[in-house]
Design a protein around this ligand. Structure first.
Ligand code: NDP
Length: 253
């Protein structure tokens, strides 16, 4: 059956788990060839295999996006392998939260390195290819989707530096949208609420328990709920640009 993304190539970062893995599966189901990027090779291989088993085309790309040369090499590898790049989903991210006064500075550095610098490295490497894809068949439009957070819209005590990174993602996305939108590279942000993934498992002991308590009893979002939003954005007709989608769990305040 023909899919809306047939003939296109997508790169999803942070695809070894959670939202990224679900997004890669969703884009593959829409017909895209998918390149899945993260550091955990075995998880990427498993995902790529399951996409292939479903009749899709997938490539596992092991890379640490905090290193600009690895981000560039990863993007180049996708283009060498498949000849083009139509869709990039900057999804890789870390959430290391807790009060500012007690925070280990090393946690801030890691979060900034992935959520901000990693996103910039991949974007910079991918943009020339997205601009080229926007001029050519099959779709004559390209998409850069940045996974932000409700934390990119609302700042709260205990998440200050995570807020800083995600407000930064939103600001960068809006400025870039105005730069490249006229060239048919659509730049969008998605702001998920609380999604059931590995994200909170990296929070340090003592803080993690408090986060778990905050969401106890809530029916959380599934990664597929955010993957649906990505697919919605990138399958619109080229005349339509969905700039921003905020998706909260229904009971979340
Ligand atoms: P996960 O922890 O499941 O996924 C994070 C992904 O990022 C993993 O695949 C991880 O892979 C990858 N990653 C981390 N560091 C690097 C790196 N240096 N280089 C390459 N890849 C890296 O969490 P989610 O799926 O929840 O998170 C995805 C995005 O969604 C993040 O940006 C997060 O901030 C955002 N988000 C999540 C929410 C939630 O409630 N879960 C809510 C709002 C936003 P690996 O370790 O293999 O490298």
């Amino acid at each position: 059956m023909a899919g809306p993304l047939d003939g296109t190539v997508a790169l999803v970062t942070g695809a070894s788990s959670g939202i990224g893995a679900a997004t890669a599966r969703s884009l593959a189901a829409d017909g895209a060839t998918v390149a899945v990027l993260a550091r955990r090779r075995a998880k990427l291989d498993e995902l790529a295999e399951s996409v292939r088993a479903g009749g899709g085309v997938a490539l596992a790309v092991e890379a640490d996006i905090t290193d600009p040369s690895q981000a560039l090499a990863a993007v180049d590898r996708v283009v060498v392998e498949f000849g083009r790049l139509d869709t990039v989903v900057n999804n890789a991210g870390l959430m290391l939260v807790g009060p500012v006064a007690e925070a280990p500075i090393e946690e801030w550095d890691r979060m900034l390195a992935v959520n901000v610098q990693g996103m910039l490295h991949v974007t910079r490497a991918a943009l020339p290819h997205l601009l080229a894809a926007a001029e050519t068949a099959p779709r004559r439009v390209a998409d850069l989707v940045n996974i932000s957070s409700t934390a990119g819209r609302v700042a709260r005590p205990g998440t200050a530096v995570y807020n800083l990174t995600k407000f930064g993602v939103n600001a960068f996305s809006e400025a870039l949208r105005q730069e490249v939108g006229p060239k048919r590279v659509r730049v969008s942000v998605i702001e998920p609420g609380t999604v059931d993934t590995e994200l909170a498992s990296h929070v340090r002991d003592g803080i993690r328990e408090a986060i778990v308590r905050q969401t106890e009893g809530l029916e959380l979002l599934e990664p597929e709920d955010i993957a649906d939003a990505v697919s919605y954005i990138v399958t619109r007709d080229r005349r339509v640009a969905v700039n921003e989608i905020l998706v909260r769990a229904a009971e979340q305040t």
